[in-house]
Every structure is written in C-alpha cells, then in structure tokens.
Design a protein around this ligand. Sequence first.
Ligand code: FDA
Length: 324
Amino acid sequence: MVPRALANPLRPAILAAARSPRVKSAITHAPGTRSLVTRFVAGETRAEALTVARALLDSGRMVSLDHLGEDTTDLAQARATVDEYRGLLAELGDLPQAHAPAGRTRRLEVSVKLSALGQSLPSGGGAVALEHAHQLCAAAQEAGVWITVDAEDHTTTDSTLSIVTELRAEYPWLGAVLQAYLRRTEGDCRNLSGTGSRIRLCKGAYREPESVAFQSRAEVDASYLRCLEVLMDGRGYPMVASHDPAMVAAAAASARRVARGSDEYEHQMLYGIRDVEQARLADAGVQMRVYLPYGRQWYGYFMRRLAERPANLTFFLRSLATRG
Ligand code: FDA
C-alpha cells in the first residue's frame, strides 16, 4: 500500500510535463488515449453530455456541466465559449429538472472557468471575463440554472474572487470554488461563508509553489478539514467536492455538529470517479452532484486526473503499452 503522505509523489512531475507541447502531442495522438478520456469526460458534444446528464438525474444525482477549455488567449475563442454555454443553458432550461423544486439548490448547474471566458487575454482579460460571465449569469437566471465559477491556478484567485463578488450583487446564487491546498483559503472561507454564499471546497488540482500552497497530503487534508468546519459553521451553502472517504465522513459529522439539515449542504464528485459511492450516497438521501465535463479540449482536465491518482496513471500507461 502507498503510504498516505506519499500518495502521489509523481503529481508535480506529471503536471509540469503536461505543459510541454511535445508531451501534449504525444498523449493526444497516442492510440488508446481516447477510450481512457471517456472515463472522465462525457463526450465531445453537448448532445452527448446531455444524454449522460439525463441518466445521472434519473439516478437521483444532480449535475454541474462544464464545457472543457481553459487559458484562452484569443478573444474569438472566448466568445465561442460564451456561445457554447448560452446554447447549453438554453437546453438545460428545457429540462423538467430546471423548474422542479430542489430545496436550497438547483438540480442543474454549470461550472465555468474564467480563463476560458477571456481572463488570460494579454490585455484587459479581467474586464472581458467579467463581461462574459455577466452575460452567462443573465442566461442562467433565465434558464433556471445556477453557475459555479471554477478555481484555477493561484495567480488568478484574486481576480476570480473579485469577479464573483461583483456579480453576486446581482446574481446572489453565483457560486465559487476554493482550494484547500492554498494557504490563504481558510481566510477566504471565513470571508465568503456569509448568508446565501455557495462555496465549493476542493483540495486543489494545479501545481503550486510552497510559498502559496501546502505540499504534503497531510497538510492539505488538515487544511480541508479546517476549511470545511468554517463553511459548515457559516451561513452559506457548503459544496463538499471530494472523493476522499475521510472528507465525506467529516462533512456528515460536521453537519450533525452544527445541526445542518441534509438539504443545507451537498457533496460533489467528478464524473467517472467513485460512481458506486456517488450512487450509494444519492440512494441514502444525501445531496450528490456530479461534475460533468464535455468538449474537445479535454487535455488539461485529463492530465490533472492522471496526476492526482497513481492508479489512473498506471492504468493509462499499461493500456498504452498493451496497445503498442
Ligand atoms: P484525493 O485525490 O486526495 O484522494 C483521496 C482519497 O479519495 C483516495 O485516497 C481514495 O480513497 C479516494 N479516491 C480518490 N479518487 C478515487 C478514485 N478514482 N477511485 C477510488 N477512490 C478514489 N480543483 C481545482 O483546482 N479547481 C476546481 O475548480 C475544481 N473543481 C472540482 C469540482 C469537483 C466537483 C470536484 C470533485 C473536484 C474539483 N477539483 C477542482 C479537483 C480537486 O481539487 C481534486 O484535485 C480532486 O477532487 C482530487 O481530490 P480528492 O479530494 O477527491 O481526494
């Protein structure tokens, strides 16, 4: 068994290698990559993603759809992403679940990366991303769907949280993601756990320097547990995004401690990861949302999934060797 503190010693190396164009080309063109990508990605098209979303909804789970794409440095590409999300929101708004009562949340949600909306443009990226996110909030409101803004690498955190804060004045349901591996996050949880806030707490998936982020598994887990307590103690709606049985159990215990009802927080997991556990929790009456990515730009997302779990990487390498 891999010791807990060394659960993924290769993670920084994989995330660093993932940025190399040569590695990207080798992986995207390797025979067999596609079939592995489909373990984590619902398909390349919106229609494929909606088919999977319907099946998950029928199984009692909620969904958050994500159109894959990030680090866009081209305005036309950012606009195309906005158009895709508008189409997605309109189709989600036609589903009966968009209008069915769902307690303190919505069964249908989309997740958005601001870097896909223009935040990384060479100049004025923050303003472009704000304008695009504003357009999507208006479309989401119309459709009866909520949005959560994903967290990306730490250089974007201030800009992302300030855009979310600005938009929440008009769209108070807008959610944000906080990453427990960042040293700042416990403080961000305190600042953002007020009435009506929706915070998705995850461990964090990017390669970050020690100056801003905890590096060891034990430190990240301890930070997650501290942040979870802050959110559960707060007046917002915590979204517990983790596959880790320890974090899942801690959320239930913490909710009991503060007498939160089962509709006053939710669990979230990624599509294709611990599917049986997702279904078990949903069957047990726990609110469970599945993050459902789709689209052609799956590379960055796929590499983060390989990096966070040695078993995923081993499976991938074995499969390549077998096919080779
Ligand atoms: P971790 O990877 O530490 O695993 C802990 C334990 O969970 C394992 O030891 C094992 O027991 C179990 N486990 C994990 N994977 C398993 C598997 N495949 N099969 C069986 N057991 C498994 N990140 C980010 O930086 N920005 C973001 O916006 C988001 N958004 C996001 C949304 C949602 C809904 C989720 C679930 C996650 C994210 N993430 C994210 C990713 C997140 O930061 C993190 O990288 C992954 O969730 C992995 O961390 P875990 O908490 O799941 O545990």
